[in-house]
Design a protein around this ligand. Structure first.
Ligand SMILES: [Zn+2]
Length: 288
């Protein structure tokens, strides 16, 4: 037994190291995911088992990842943004709804937890209704997921951006007997690109830098966590398009540029678009 008061002090610092951005509480540990999850057979890409759920507001690791990214790397808080949020994420939902510049629409594939039931393969919205879409852990539950992706593409504004998150297996796993799909990264990205999106996977450490590692850990996230962002305009096709795609990624903590670009000039790649493309290029080898 170590009774050294200095050691105790250090232990105290370490054990209160976790924090949740949604409720702003600090605590000793998160609530872990259950061993009996739907995905217990597979090793998943974003799987922070031991730092999964906030003990105060029950935010999930992925919600904290979305918030970290949205707050620091997008201009969501600027100007009017019409958001479609599909997912069972009350902390994220309440945070988005509280923003005075956000027109929030939400739902899920079932009416679970009082959610509005949405048919993702036949959305009741006109083309280009939303500036931003967050579709989180839903596509794997839709039998015709490609049709759903095309619908999401249709209702997203040209130059709009989205987060498309789904369970990705790091290792091949053919034992999944459940109706809930587990994607391989390559297949998931290909499906999204086939639906018209340009996919930009975001690695938290590459995006925020090593100096933010402690923050990433503090929110119960991991250095290898990947966020799947997409944009509607195919900026990879440099010759096409009449609008420049928005930057949803920026460096040095500066806010990303406005996403309401409506220039009628042929698309010119700005700094942020180039950054987006270089990130995409770095990842491309993983799915081609
Ligand atoms: Zn919390």
């Amino acid at each position: 037994m170590d009774n050294n008061p200095n050691t105790e002090h250090k232990t105290e610092e370490i054990t209160t190291a976790f924090e949740c951005q949604f409720c702003e509480n600090k605590f000793q540990q998160f609530i872990p995911w259950s061993d009996k999850s739907e995905y217990s057979d597979a090793t998943l890409e974003v799987w922070n088992k031991n730092t999964a759920i906030c003990p105060h507001c029950f935010s999930m690791d992925r919600e904290r990842m979305y918030r970290l990214y949205i707050e620091e790397k997008t201009d969501l808080k600027k100007g009017l943004n019409r958001i479609l949020h599909i997912g069972l994420e009350p902390s994220l939902r309440n945070w988005l709804k509280d923003m005075s510049n956000v027109e929030y629409s939400g739902g899920y594939v079932t009416s679970e937890s009082g959610s509005r039931k949405l048919d993702l393969t036949n959305l009741d919205y006109p083309d280009e209704t939303f500036d931003v879409i967050i579709c989180s852990h839903v596509l794997e539950r839709v039998p015709d997921d490609e049709k759903a992706m095309k619908e999401l593409h249709r209702v997203l504004r040209n130059d709009g951006w989205a987060i498309m998150q789904a369970p990705i297996a790091l290792h091949a796993n053919n034992s999944n007997k459940s109706t809930v799909k587990i994607y391989r990264r390559k297949d998931f990205v290909k499906k999204l690109e086939k639906s018209g999106f340009t996919v930009v996977p975001i690695n938290l450490v590459q995006t925020f830098g090593d100096s933010r590692l402690l923050d990433i850990f503090r929110y119960g996230l991991s250095a290898n966590d990947i966020l799947y962002t997409v944009i509607k305009n195919n900026i990879a096709n440099k010759s096409g398009g009449t609008k420049s795609a928005p930057g949803i990624y920026s460096t040095a903590g500066k806010p990303a540029p406005g996403i309401n670009s409506t220039t009628s000039e042929p698309a010119k790649l700005g700094f942020f678009q180039k950054t987006m493309l270089s990130i995409r290029k770095a990842w491309q080898k993983l799915w081609e």
